[in-house]
Every structure is written in structure tokens, then in C-alpha cells.
Ligand binder design. Structure first.
Ligand SMILES: C=C(O[C@@H]1C=C(C(=O)O)C=C[C@H]1O)C(=O)O
Length: 360
């Protein structure tokens, strides 16, 4: 045995012994979760409680003495809770497919790996799957830091009878991918229209000869590029791996900090955690100063606005719906007061949900 091996052997024995203890503790935890599942079954109550999971992680991060970092704690317990939750009942989560999309990655980042994924062909289908109960939750993109709102999601949120019960923000890194790893013989680059827009400068500078073709998702582009050597795809790492493609160039998004925010839709109403956000849709009559008057209750009660987005009301008039995120939970006193007053002033008011804020 080398000196290195001699020194490593007792440390590895120690890790093996600790792993056995961790497994024993995890098994006890899993049994407790199963019992929770039986209690919930008796009350026909929901399995997934995002606010409770958030508090579990927050408490552990608070008492953590290191050397594990807070992000590490969050990642480990996300999977522990995902596996425990699946013993109560595996949750079906709908998202924009096929396999390898950022929506799938967002679903796994939020719910962990122990879920039944339901890839859908469009954002509309994700909403439908949730509405008809084929999935307990859906994950849909709502805004991108470079390209702004995903308007289809906003339009569906306006009408659908769903609640927002969470958000997840993903850094979006796009790669130029082909089967061979080169652009020899490649004539066309395929991607979702959003990804083509997010990489337009790079494409104009480095691959101006490629025709740009918008397809239903980046993963679909990757699937097509895997089958046709004249096609390149713009897609992220999950799709690259799923379709065994090679990178011609990595991280080609024009904004290195490119991020997409997804929301989790379902019919679960979250309790307050102390670090929440509330999403609303409002509209006002078309009169001077109406928007200012509409928002005055927020200022009056010291509620800060995290986001303000407008969408045409699609009535053939110059009227708009405003998608607003405010800090805090609708059950908090000052938020509740501000929302009551907003509701009185608005021509249209819909609360989309209060939910724990994402940490990024
Ligand atoms: C065990 C529960 O069910 C689920 C699993 C949790 C966990 O593993 O800690 C926490 C919340 C729920 O999403 C619970 O509600 O306490």
C-alpha cells in the first residue's frame, strides 16, 4: 500500500461508517414522512407543502456550523425531501417538453428528482394538465432577463383557474451544438424563438451564414440536430446530454447573466414563510393618472413592488392588464390592507398567489 493509500484508508473507513449512520437516520426520516402521508391521507390534504420545505432548509442553514455551504445544504435537502415526499405519493409535474428543456431543469430544481415528469408540447398544455388534474403542479417560464415577459404564460395566468405556489430562477446558458462538433456542412441553426433572440448578436458575429429557424423548444432543436447533419441547435446542457451532441461553441447567450424565472402553478394556497411574494393582475379604466392612483395603496402601506409588466387586454382598445409582484404574503397585515384598497380602485383584480420567494 502506498503512503497515500495508507493515509486515505482510515478516512474512507470513517466516511463509510458515517454514511451507514446517515442512511439509518434518513430511513427514520423517510418513515416519519410516510406517517405524515398517512395522516394527510385521512384529511385528503395535499402532499407537497412548499412553505414547510422552505422552512426546513432555512432552519438547517441557520444552525449549520460548516464546512458545508448554505447552497450545499439546500441542494442535499431538496433531494432528501423529494425522496421522502415520493414515499407519501409521487407528485406528477407538468412542464414544457420534450426531455432536456430548461423547463424540465426548472421542475427538477424546484421539486427534486423524485417526481413523475409530464412533458407537454406547449405552455397551454401545461396549464391544461394542471386544470384537469393530470398533474398536481406545472412549471412554466414567465420572464427572461434579456427578452422580457413570456407573453403566452401571462395571458394564460390571466384566465386559468390556477394558483402560483412557487418560483424558480435558472441561469440560462446556451450552447451551439451539432452531431459532429463542427459547422462543416451545416446550413441552418434551430432553436426556440426566445433562444435565437438571446443569441442574436453572437450568431451575427460568429455564424452569419447560418439560416435561423424557430422551432417549438430548444430540446426539439437538439433532437432535430441529432438526426440531421445539416442542422445545428442552440440548447442548454440537459438537451446536449439527452441528444448526445457536441459543442461547437459554449455559452453563446449575448448576456452572460441571462436568467429565466419560472412559476409553479397548481391549486395549493401557500402559508406565509416570512420571505414571500404576491402576484396580481390588475387593470384600470383608461383615464389620466389612473395607474398612479391604482398603485398609491402600495406606497401608503409601505409594500414594495418587485415587478410591473403590462400586456394588452386584447379587446381592440388601448387597454392593458398589469402583472404586478409585491413583496410579502397576502395574509400579512400591511399587504392585506394594501390589496383590499387596490381591489377597490382596480377595474379588474385577480390574485395569482402568495408564495415563498426564490433565493436568486
Ligand atoms: C413530510 C411532509 O411532507 C412533504 C415532505 C417534507 C419533508 O420531507 O420534510 C416536507 C413537506 C412536504 O412537502 C410534511 O408535510 O411535513
Amino acid at each position: 500500500m502506498s503512503t497515500e493509500e495508507q493515509r486515505l484508508a482510515p478516512l474512507r473507513d470513517k466516511i463509510d461508517a458515517l454514511d451507514a449512520k446517515i442512511l439509518d437516520l434518513l430511513s427514520q426520516r423517510a418513515q416519519a414522512a410516510q406517517e405524515v402521508g398517512h395522516v394527510k391521507g385521512g384529511f385528503a390534504s395535499p402532499i407537497f407543502r412548499p412553505e414547510r420545505e422552505r422552512q426546513v432548509v432555512a432552519k438547517l442553514q441557520e444552525i449549520n456550523q460548516g464546512p458545508l455551504l448554505p447552497d450545499g445544504i439546500a441542494a442535499i435537502w431538496r433531494e432528501v425531501m423529494s425522496a421522502c415526499r415520493a414515499l407519501e405519493a409521487r407528485q406528477t409535474i407538468a412542464y414544457l417538453g420534450p426531455v432536456g428543456t430548461f423547463s424540465e431543469q426548472a421542475a427538477q430544481t424546484y421539486f427534486g428528482q423524485s417526481i413523475a415528469g409530464l412533458p407537454c408540447v406547449s405552455i397551454d398544455e401545461v396549464f391544461k394538465a394542471v386544470e384537469k388534474g393530470a398533474a398536481q403542479f406545472g412549471v412554466v417560464p414567465v420572464e427572461n432577463s434579456s427578452e422580457g415577459a413570456i407573453s403566452r404564460t401571462l395571458d394564460l395566468l390571466l384566465d386559468a383557474p390556477v394558483q402560483i405556489s412557487g418560483e424558480v430562477v435558472l441561469p440560462i446558458r446556451h450552447h451551439l451544438l451539432t452531431k459532429s462538433g463542427s459547422l462543416d456542412g451545416v446550413t441552418t441553426v434551430c432553436a426556440h424563438a426566445q433562444a435565437l433572440a438571446q443569441c442574436q448578436q453572437w450568431l451575427s458575429e460568429h455564424a452569419p451564414q447560418l439560416k435561423r429557424q424557430a422551432v417549438s423548444s430548444n430540446a426539439e432543436a437538439a433532437r432535430m440536430a441529432a438526426a440531421d447533419p445539416t442542422l445545428a441547435a442552440i440548447a442548454g446542457e440537459p438537451a446536449q446530454i439527452a441528444y448526445s451532441l457536441q459543442a461547437v461553441a459554449s455559452q453563446i447567450q449575448d448576456d452572460p447573466h441571462n436568467r429565466t424565472r419560472f412559476v409553479v402553478i397548481g391549486n395549493y394556497v401557500c402559508q406565509a414563510t416570512g420571505n414571500d411574494q404576491t402576484s396580481l393582475v390588475l387593470s384600470v379604466d383608461n383615464q389620466p393618472g389612473a395607474v398612479h392612483r391604482l398603485l398609491a395603496p402600495l406606497a401608503k402601506h409601505g409594500v414594495s413592488m418587485n415587478r410591473f409588466e403590462s400586456r394588452p387586454a386584447r379587446k381592440g382598445t388601448w387597454e392593458y392588464h398589469f402583472f404586478i409582484d409585491v413583496a410579502g404574503h397576502a395574509d400579512e397585515e400591511k399587504v392585506a390592507k394594501a390589496l383590499t384598497e387596490l381591489q377597490d380602485t382596480a377595474a379588474f383584480y385577480k390574485k395569482l398567489g402568495s408564495y415563498p420567494r426564490s433565493s436568486i
